[in-house]
Design a protein around this ligand. Structure first.
Ligand code: 5GP
Length: 193
């Protein structure tokens, strides 16, 4: 998606450990017009799939997932990373490794919010090794829900998570795929959405 690639080139900063910082428009300060466009694009890509819910994980996936769910006119649910008194005891728990925090956490989802009647679209801001999406897939499997596809804003193609998920048979649509990245270079894969 040209608009997203332009924003990454203009405002993105490459940090050590293969991290792309986009907190000026996607992760901390949010460009609401851009995020609405991302939601519109995912809606166009998946609107024929009969989706009943959009699922993401807190916190940076929520804004994009919200914009997508709003366009698809379905509820958004997000997995939590910490237990609190707000969450019922009836939860799915899936262990996940965090790329940016380099630690392990338990992904939590109230059982009543994803069920075997659901056709789910998974949405996240980044796809690197695929651990976060793997956790969301684990929740859907535990619930018996069908996964219609995966929508990702920025896929770091060189880290292989996207290709692995595609090999597993998932439809992964990424709006910008970075094939090469260092302090001086940022190369996008051609023919992205
Ligand atoms: P994965 O689980 O696929 O290895 O990493 C995806 C998750 O880690 C995303 O939910 C995202 O929050 C975070 N992440 C991975 N790579 C980056 C990155 O380069 N920049 C930012 N801002 N977040 C990232």
């Amino acid at each position: 998606m040209q608009l997203l690639e332009d924003m990454i080139l203009k405002y993105g900063k490459v940090r050590g450990g293969n991290v792309l910082k986009v907190d000026g428009f996607l992760n901390h300060r949010l460009d609401t017009a851009l995020i609405c466009e991302l939601g519109q694009e995912f809606c166009k890509l998946f609107e024929k799939e009969g989706i009943t819910k959009v699922l993401t994980v807190e916190s940076s996936g929520i804004a994009i997932a919200y914009a997508t769910a709003e366009k698809l006119k379905v509820p958004l649910v997000f997995a939590k990373k910490t237990m609190s008194s707000n969450i019922s005891d009836e939860v799915y728990k899936v262990p996940v490794h965090s790329y940016t925090h380099n630690n392990d956490y338990m992904m939590l989802m109230t059982k009543a919010y994803i069920t075997s009647d659901d056709i789910v679209l998974l949405v996240d801001d980044f796809l690197a090794n695929g651990c976060a999406l793997g956790g969301l897939i684990g929740i859907c499997e535990a619930a018996g829900a069908k996964i219609a596809g995966i929508g990702v804003a920025i896929e770091k193609g060189f880290q292989g998570g996207g290709d692995l998920l595609r090999q597993q048979g998932y439809r992964v649509e990424s709006l910008a795929v970075i094939d090469k990245m260092d302090e001086n270079t940022l190369e996008f894969r051609a023919n992205c959405k």
